[in-house]
Design a protein around this ligand. Structure first.
Ligand SMILES: Nc1ncnc2c1ncn2[C@@H]1O[C@H](COP(=O)(O)OP(=O)(O)OP(=O)(O)O)[C@@H](O)[C@H]1O
Ligand SMILES: [Mg+2]
Length: 542
């Protein structure tokens, strides 16, 4: 039978396990999970860059700690199963796979009480490669380590040390130089940001769902960030719909909880509020999945809805489950993703369809309101037209604002009576071109005669603010700094050419043409989206 035992090759496997998809953030969270599972309420992370470029990360907690045997078992790949199934640990691998994914040498130092000696063991991947077997290192605790333990853990607790950190920065810098220091600072920031989200229920003293835990990085305490911004957002799923029965592979059922939050629109928040509290972005929409109170996935519609679209960026779904559902959701070793069974995805789609639609509606309505208030400037065209005396245009003989008609002479002859907009007392800046609210015929533009007083009417064009061409093309053109003026001049030229070549008989035909052009444009623009607010900020503004 001996030839049936086929033990893994230690160096091949221990190095192979480095590439299971962790990054520094998810790896650090796995270490912090262990501290929380050990009932710590203080977790201190220190990220250190030594002058020679060596990078060391310490994770200290004041949890239950372990005796020497405990440390030995903890360091085993496939540690014994935990007694408490609710704990954040599950596979007996996290400590090892997370640590080795970012460093080549990691150490566990622990004690259960102040009187106990510190127990220490180290995995050094290069040592394993040399020895060609699963052999740890038992080295004496250094005075430095003792000091760090006192500082970060205290009487009882556990210290995890990552050394030979070859994978915490994505680029190579001059060892210990200013650029590397800056990169380490950025790493600390991004780690803090990750932790503030992943453990926000633990960090938030007012959140009753989980016990309070303080986590600090380089001595600065991390504040929680609740992605649902409950102070200002609206939870839109009825209470009766918030419990979800999920079937397990063995046929039994367990409850998962779900809530749906629509965040306030950008235009209803201050810049500061948006930046620090809501942090609306395309990829931040979708499911926020919590296992035992700890976030394991932030954003994405999974298989439930398609790719994230800007118009649903205000919708975030809070999805909660306990360890009982691990198998149903096929939780992975990193506990950083789950999979919905296709039937569950179908159920969720049906459940969430109305709120998904509602979130989109709110976003669009606000967007239009917001972008409508962003002004498109037609003054250049007005100035240009005012300064160009020699364009071919009709001569106005008289106008009648009462009946909205004018008598003109043009290429077709004298005394032609037209029915069209006649405006008095128009602001001099908008005489020739103005975008208006009240064109209801669906036409993009209409010719008009306008005057700053009550005589001397000039040929003009009115633009329909509600036409898609105005909403989608004009607005973008304005933001990109290109030719609103060009489009203004083009439409003015059309309107005036019409006035100059029409008469009572032709007038309805021209109107039909305008109508048809406008309808065609509307059709052509059906698949062009409304501009996003950030498309409409010019370079200088943003
Ligand atoms: N900070 C800590 N304090 C006390 N015990 C710890 C600590 N970290 C790890 N342990 C012990 O080491 C064991 C192995 O940890 P490890 O993270 O490898 O596996 P796990 O947490 O049980 O499961 P998972 O693979 O899901 O993380 C734990 O079960 C726990 O008993
Ligand atoms: Mg663990």
């Amino acid at each position: 039978m001996l030839d049936l035992i086929n033990e893994p090759d230690a160096p091949r496997l221990i190095f192979g396990l480095r590439d299971t998809g962790y990054n520094v953030r998810t790896a650090a969270a796995d270490i912090i999970d262990n501290s929380i599972a050990a009932e710590a309420d203080q977790i201190n992370v220190e990220i250190i860059l030594r002058e020679d470029g060596r990078k060391v990360i310490y994770f200290g907690d004041n949890g239950k700690g372990m005796d020497p045997d405990g440390v030995h078992w903890a360091m085993r790949y496939g540690a014994p199963q935990r007694d408490n199934p609710e704990s954040l640990g599950k596979f007996g691998l996290g400590l090892k796979t997370a640590s080795s994914s970012v460093c080549l040498r990691y150490t566990l130092i622990s004690r259960k009480s102040a009187g106990q000696e510190l127990a220490k063991l180290t995995w050094d991947l290069e040592h394993v490669a040399q020895q060609k077997q699963w052999e740890m290192l038992r080295e004496p605790v250094t005075s430095d380590e003792r000091e760090v333990f006192e500082e970060l853990c205290g009487d009882n607790g556990t210290l995890v040390i990552w050394e030979k950190c070859d994978r915490i920065l994505t680029k190579d810098y001059e060892p210990g130089g200013t650029k590397e220091k800056a990169a380490i600072n950025r790493l600390a920031e991004s780690l803090a940001k990750h932790i503030s989200l992943v453990y926000h229920r633990f960090l938030d003293k007012s959140d009753e769902r989980e016990r309070d835990v303080d986590i600090s990085i380089n001595q600065s305490l991390i504040d929680p960030w609740n992605p649902f911004y409950p102070k200002r957002s609206e939870q839109v799923l009825a209470t009766a719909k918030q419990s979800l029965l999920v079937e397990l592979p063995d046929g039994s059922e367990q409850v998962a909880n779900i809530r749906a939050w629509i965040l306030p629109h950008r235009s209803d928040m201050t810049k500061e509020e948006e930046r620090t509290e809501a942090r609306i972005s395309n990829r931040a929409q979708g499911f926020y999945v919590y296992r035992e109170g700890r976030l394991i996935q932030d954003g994405s519609w999974m298989e439930v809805f398609g790719a994230p679209e800007p118009h649903t960026s205000l919708l975030r779904i809070e999805f909660d489950f306990g360890y009982e559902l691990d198998d149903a959701f096929r939780i992975d070793v990193k506990k950083s993703r789950i999979l919905f069974h296709p039937d569950l995805a179908d159920g969720l789609r049906e459940l969430l369809q109305p709120v998904y639609r509602e979130a989109g509606k709110r976003y669009r309505r606000q967007n239009r309101e917001q972008t409508n208030s962003s002004k498109i400037d037609h003054t250049s065209a007005n100035k240009n037209i005012g300064g160009t005396g020699n364009a071919s245009k009709p001569q106005v003989t008289s106008v009648d604002p009462e009946t909205q008609s004018a008598i003109i002479s043009n290429n077709m002859g004298p005394k032609i009576k037209l029915k069209l907009a006649v405006h008095n007392n128009v602001s001099p800046d908008t005489i020739y071109v103005e975008a208006v609210e009240n064109i209801t015929s669906g036409e993009l533009w209409q010719p008009a005669f306008r005057s700053a007083g009550d005589s001397g009417h000039a040929p003009a064009v009115l633009l329909n603010k509600h036409h898609d061409f105005y909403q989608k093309i004009y607005k973008r053109a304005a933001a990109n700094g290109f030719a609103v003026e060009g489009m203004d001049l083009l439409l003015w030229a059309f309107a005036v050419a019409e006035q100059n070549n029409t008469n009572e008989e032709l007038e309805p035909i021209f109107e039909d043409i305008r109508n048809e052009i406008s309808r065609n444009l509307h059709k052509l623009l059906r698949n062009v989206s409304d501009p996003e607010p950030d498309e409409l900020t010019t370079e200088e503004e943003s």
